[in-house]
Design a protein around this ligand. Sequence first.
Ligand code: GLV
Ligand code: MN
Ligand code: MN
Length: 412
Amino acid sequence: MKADAAQLNDWLMRIDTFNATPGEGTTRAVYTKEFYRAREYLKKEMQDLGLEIHEDCVGNIYGEYKGRHPECPPVWTGSHIDTVPHGGRYDGMAGVFAALEVIRMMKSDGYQPKRSIFVNAYAGEEMSRFGMCCIGSRAIVGRIHQQDLKDARNMAGESIFDVLSHDGFEPERFNRDFSTKPRVHASLELHIEQNRILQDKDISIGIVTGICAPTNLRCEIHGIQSHAGGTSMEDRRDAFMASAEIALALEHLAKASDSEYITGTVGAMKLEPGAANVIPGQADFSIDIRSISAQDKDDLVEALQRKIDEITRNRGVTYQLEQLNNDTPYICSPHIRELLHESAKELELPVLDMISGAYHDSLMLGDITDAAMIFIPCKDGISHDRKESIDMDDLAKGTDLLAATLRRLSEE
Ligand code: GLV
Ligand code: MN
Ligand code: MN
């Protein structure tokens, strides 16, 4: 049986109704009303397909399609259902519903795999709300501990731990839920590409060879708040201007690096007190650095730190730099990539090997199992934006490849 593009579209449009900004892109931040409603919707769809649902205290959902040998380590697939502010409706959701479609196809074919297949929705893949990415998959693989849920805070100062407690989860169960790492045979995630390489080459499927990893920092600049008209240009200790110079230094360093996949982004900034006629006394901003090479990333962070020292010294301001995470890039499982190539050949689907510039839950899952990813194109490479769009036929082809490869993995 082939994947049904109309069914996929129907699911994707339905989950998109759980959206804080209808008409202005999809906004479904982790642990918000929209996120919880989308979870309920997804669980209902999973139940309708006969999946057995498991959950944990950070909000991961695991939908189990029982295999003939459920005692064997299962195969995992799926992605995430949270979004960035005013983002798209496919980033994450395409992978969750492609996985669900695979189960629907298997059931229609009367096929029960040897190993169980889990369709998972990992909580909080996007870092936009708490400055921590992949909360759910990070917890599963042991990259965070209960204390990290207390330390990671949103702009309003609320911690993940407090928000979860308030919303009826039991984050104090963290050590129990994540005391042992699950035994997983393999993990395969479908995702939109978030670049334009596939579109430019007119190829519907990417096989991900490696996943760039982020280093995330929070920088606080302390200057002196004062009058925008009364303070001469020489007398200022402007926290924003220092931040702007640091952001430009980051751009310059990333562009000047010979590392092919290196990126540097300042995506969020808060100024105090934030008024047009007041020189900001404080600036608090995010720094996001990615690469496929851990060494190149470390070198860039070091060079940036030297620049921050120099810039703040020259401007007479002080700073605090906090490293939120420093993740290691992942080289996708050669074994699963081989199976993907074989399956694609059988399905007569042309594919392209490619690096993922974005991070994904698979980056974390690679700590505990063989992990790999399938990419499908997104229009003009636009993602994390309301204009994000895909061709449903591409998603159906990607889902066919996902189904064929999951079958192989689940029979191993
Ligand atoms: C994930 O959305 C990322 O920022 O790479
Ligand atoms: Mn994303
Ligand atoms: Mn994503």
